[in-house]
Design a protein around this ligand. Structure first.
Ligand SMILES: [Fe+2]
Ligand SMILES: [Fe+2]
Length: 165
């Protein structure tokens, strides 16, 4: 593929992904403010932006076999937790921004957890495994099979967890 096309496909993928995430957060806000039709509109357009991003990703040939996708996801988590977030935590600490530093360090801990989940999944790729995941709404911590009384990363109560069956 032409290098320039590859670059713009990547830019479009990043831009659409960012827009989709931002729109979902706007939708949550609209919901809290009880603008339900607006919340719905934001969610619909977020899904539409995701479709744009997905098309670009497929064009970029970043979607491989599930085994390779698990491996790539594992490597990405290790990199994000061990390199990117470490750097962000250091910067935030130096700038004495405790909120940013705490958010980054919680995210780093959660990313370590993601890496572990991928590693386990790679080891048991062919097993049909039934589980329920619980995700902390505050920090994103993922618990496999158990709803914790309290989030081990941020301390949120169990009422703050989403259930993924
Ligand atoms: Fe992650
Ligand atoms: Fe949490």
């Amino acid at each position: 593929m032409d290098k320039k096309i590859k670059d713009v496909l990547y830019q479009a993928y990043v831009g659409e992904s960012k827009a989709a995430l931002r729109l979902k957060v706007y939708a949550d806000k609209a919901e809290q403010e009880e603008y339900l039709p607006i919340a719905k509109l934001f969610r619909v357009i977020a899904r539409s932006e995701e479709i744009h991003g997905e098309r670009c990703l497929r064009m970029l040939k970043e979607i491989k076999s599930t085994e390779e996708n698990l491996q790539a996801s594992f490597e990405s988590e290790v990199q994000v937790a061990g390199v990117a977030y470490e750097k962000f935590i250091k910067l935030a600490t130096e700038a004495k921004d405790e909120t940013a530093s705490s958010i980054f360090s919680q995210s780093r801990d959660v990313e370590d957890g993601h890496a572990k989940l991928y590693k386990e999944a790679m080891a048991h790729l062919m097993e049909e495994r039934e589980t329920t995941y619980y995700v902390c709404k505050v920090c994103g911590y993922v618990s496999d099979g158990v709803l914790p009384d309290e989030c081990p990363v941020c301390g949120a109560k169990k009422e703050e967890f989403f259930k993924f069956e």
